[in-house]
Design a protein around this ligand. Sequence first.
Ligand SMILES: [Zn+2]
Length: 65
Amino acid sequence: MNDKINLINCPNCGKEVEWTKDNHYRPFCCERCRLIDLGEWAAERYRVPGEPTPPPDKPDSESLQ
Ligand SMILES: [Zn+2]
């Protein structure tokens, strides 16, 4: 018997990754790739064309008014 290992490619770097329960970063190869991809996804999502969005948590925003 041979267990078939599903190999996928990391969406970030294209490296072959074994799709297993032990791989907490799937479909990515490592934590770094996962975080990078999530970061780009978030940046893409929150980007508003033509309108600069201030950082959500600005501690001293009240003093600016
Ligand atoms: Zn990767």
